[in-house]
Design a protein around this ligand. Structure first.
Ligand code: NAD
Ligand code: UFG
Length: 353
């Protein structure tokens, strides 16, 4: 591999939704990138699409390894061959409901995988890390917007893994001050790459709002269940901070820059959100407008554990990372629809699994 800025970044989970978009931006920015992914929630086609999007030349700066973070040898093999300047760590499981039903699987993937990664990074003296955290660590926030120094709280086993992994990062950095660790707390990532070649491709019935709406729009699902229409909000539906996945990808580049340029950074958290709240009904309307498709809805009771209104304070990321989200809900829906209409079955070219 040989690129313009000569830094090499290991991206764990780089074949996944946020990973693919971030890898594209890293390659466009001149980094060498090495992905490790076990395809637990992704497919090789996603890596092929990354190469299509960046073109043959930048593609030379991308390496892919099929491997599992729970298997330390897979990590040893990578680190013994390549000197990584930093790691962006996406690999993990993220479905709240599944984590309640099967917490051991979540502790295995998220905790063991990440602990292995820290051990091998330390052994090979790679001590710069960008970690995928989540707004879930704010639990049911008492006030909004969520500010990074709020009290943290886990609502379910998935959230507990993110909370523990934040604590683990803080402990490691405190004991070994040469580590620099940035914890990125994502709000609600949606949208897709503007090419329509990369996007979110969940297995089975989607848990999250936008992939569900998308599958209704292409005829894979009959209607959207709206969970809760009696919230104390402007239209009765719950409010979230949706962020375009390309903005999120750029947030990772800003975080890397911060890691490489700041002495004594320590371990610090940043929200990646837009700072704006949008209701479920508003998202439905925006998607209908972008797609020209009617999304039939069914009003359902609230989903247990859901917060009424969550959105980010964006001040810290703006001030310290020099990063701010550029896209609004209109662009999120436009790009998500472009992905959906070109890939109604996701990366699988023909029919449902
Ligand atoms: P994703 O499932 O699309 O991507 C995760 C990738 O990691 C997948 O390609 C999967 O195959 C891989 N992976 C999982 N376990 C692995 C292991 N043990 N070894 C190697 N590869 C493994 O998810 P995403 O939406 O891209 O999320 C990325 C990260 O961001 C996750 O850590 C997630 O918890 C976090 N996050 C996501 C959201 C969201 O709504 N998408 C919100 C907040 C935080
Ligand atoms: N919703 C519906 N119908 C659906 C799916 C969702 O009405 O079919 C509603 C939910 O009730 C909620 C809103 O749409 O009010 C957003 O729901 P998502 O599941 O898309 O997102 P959440 O904010 O509930 O959770 C997401 C991730 C979590 C993460 C959290 C904070 O799924 O993993 O953001 O980052 F913890």
């Amino acid at each position: 591999m040989g690129s313009s800025n000569n830094q090499t970044i290991l991206v764990t989970g780089g074949a996944g939704f946020i990973g693919t978009h971030t890898v594209v931006q890293l390659l466009n920015d001149g980094y060498n990138v090495s992905i490790i992914d076990n395809f637990d929630n992704s497919v090789m086609e996603a890596v092929i699409r990354i190469r299509e999007v960046v073109g043959p030349q930048l593609s030379n700066n991308l390496e892919f390894t099929q491997g599992d973070l729970r298997n330390k040898d897979d990590l040893e093999n990578l680190f013994s061959k390549t000197k990584f300047d930093a790691v962006i760590h996406f690999a993990g499981l993220k479905a709240v409901g599944e984590s309640v039903a099967n917490p051991r699987r979540y502790f295995d993937f998220n905790l063991i995988g990440t602990i292995n990664l820290y051990q091998v990074m330390a052994k090979y003296n790679c001590k710069k890390m960008v970690f995928s955290s989540s707004a879930t660590v704010y639990g049911q926030p008492e006030t909004i917007p969520c500010v990074e120094d709020f009290k943290l709280q886990a609502m379910n086993p998935y959230g507990r893994t993110k909370l523990f992994l934040e604590e683990i990062a803080r402990d490691i950095q405190k004991a070994e001050p040469e580590w620099k660790i940035i914890l990125l707390r994502y709000f609600n990532p949606v949208g897709a790459h503007e090419s329509g070649k990369l996007g979110e491709d969940p297995r089975g019935i989607p848990n999250n709002l936008m992939p569900y709406i998308q599958q209704v729009a292409v005829g894979r699902l009959p209607e959207l269940n709206v969970y809760g229409h009696d919230y104390p909000t402007k239209d009765g539906s719950a409010i979230r901070d949706y962020i375009h996945v390309m903005d999120l990808a750029d947030g990772h580049i800003a975080a890397l820059r911060k890691l490489f340029t700041t002495e004594n950074l320590g371990c610090t958290a940043y929200n990646l959100g837009t700072g704006h709240g949008t209701s479920v009904f508003e998202m439905v309307t925006a998607f209908e407008k972008a797609s020209g498709k009617k999304i039939p809805i069914k009003l359902c009771p609230r989903r247990p554990g859901d917060a009424t209104e969550v959105y980010a304070s964006t001040e810290k990321a703006e001030k310290e990372l020099g990063w701010k989200a550029k896209y609004g809900v209109e662009e999120m829906c436009r790009d998500q629809w472009n992905w959906a209409k070109n890939n109604p079955w996701g990366y699988k070219r023909k029919s449902l699994e």
